[in-house]
Design a protein around this ligand. Structure first.
Ligand SMILES: [Zn+2]
Ligand SMILES: [Zn+2]
Length: 334
């Protein structure tokens, strides 16, 4: 349907303002809307009013409708995938092969499920409305044709995809080089090769990194690793060297009597930026026998005696000061 003079159609002078155009269109649509007006001309009239508004907007270069979603620049990834990394792989980097299946839009109809060319609507014979006879027979009203929504033309279903708009699932694969320093939740945008039935092409793929749980390390968001390990209680008393695991292998660490938590510099997960890495925090649990042997008991007795009587050492002095404090307190209490 072509509208000769869209301003005239809306009862306006050429060059009326946007506000005047909108107000006139609203007034006329309210008056002629088939929901409220069952005169035979109503449908025709409402179509002409709508076309007039479209025409004015087109000439003025306005969008026909306000878009709800802002388009984002660049090609959008069309498939998502998860890559699961061990902590050891995070440390040195790795190559992962990703395989999957993707269902894409039908190339024939660009995903619409409809043939590109519209043909005359068979329901209404191309006029866009249907006459409905009321029970008393001689009065009829025109209602919008639901098959073509009043346009008089419809598009038949696409035969290539049986009107589904989707192509058959095709397989994709790609090899991904994951640099050291990946973190859980990282997103990697890569390109995969699709072996489609229609054609071979590329697919933008978004990979989400997840970290596999480790046997004895837990990873913090900042890359700090935590590990708790049992140590021989006597070795701990004796400030011995022990071996502790890091993702890069075993490392020597000197125990310090009285200390349970140790920070090993740069032994945590690396940063993507370069050589620097987070730290590894080792918590030791000194293990002692449930029961001491007679020899151990005797040795410990000697140790206790030598420790509390060792005047001049820091430990002996602090113990002596504490004992004086408690003695004084007892005397004052009476
Ligand atoms: Zn129709
Ligand atoms: Zn199709």
């Amino acid at each position: 349907m072509h509208v000769e003079d869209p301003y005239h159609e809306l009862g306006l002078a050429p060059g009326s303002s946007d506000a005047e155009v909108k107000a006139a269109w609203r007034r006329l649509s309210a008056r002629w809307h088939p929901d409220r007006n069952d005169s035979p001309q109503a449908l025709r009239k409402i179509q002409r009013i709508n076309r007039a508004l479209e025409e004015i907007r087109r000439v003025r270069g306005e969008p026909e409708a306000e878009a709800d979603e802002k388009p984002t620049p660049g090609p959008q990834p069309t498939a998502e995938h998860t890559v699961s990394l061990t902590l050891e792989e995070v440390v040195v980097g790795c190559v992962k092969e990703v395989r999957g299946e993707v269902v894409e839009d039908c190339a024939d109809c660009a995903g619409s499920g409809l043939q590109p060319q519209a043909s005359e609507c068979s329901e209404c014979g191309g006029v866009g409305h249907i006459r409905q006879h009321l029970w008393f027979g001689w009065v009829s009203s025109a209602v919008e044709c639901t098959a073509c929504q009043g346009h008089g033309k419809t598009r038949q279903g696409c035969t290539a995809c049986a009107a589904s708009g989707k192509a058959p699932a095709s397989k994709y694969r790609c090899r991904v080089q994951v640099a050291p320093g990946a973190r859980a939740g990282d997103l990697l945008d890569v390109t995969a090769r699709v072996q489609g039935r229609q054609r071979k092409h590329k697919l933008a793929l978004r990979l989400r990194v997840e970290l596999q749980p480790h046997e004895f390390f837990t990873a913090e968001a900042d890359g700090t690793l935590k590990c708790e390990l049992p140590v021989d209680g006597f070795a701990w008393m004796a400030n011995r060297w022990i071996e502790v695991p890091t993702p890069r292998g075993l490392q020597q660490m000197k125990l310090r009597r009285g200390y349970l938590s140790y920070r090993i510099k740069d032994a945590g997960l690396p940063w993507a930026s370069g050589a620097e890495a987070a730290d590894c925090i080792v918590t030791v649990v000194p293990m002692f026998p449930e029961e001491f042997s007679r020899e151990q008991e005797a040795a410990i007795d000697r140790l206790v005696a030598s420790n509390s009587g060792a005047a001049g050492t820091a430990a002996g002095d602090r113990m002596a000061a504490w004992n004086r404090l408690v003695d004084g307190w007892q005397v004052r209490r009476g």
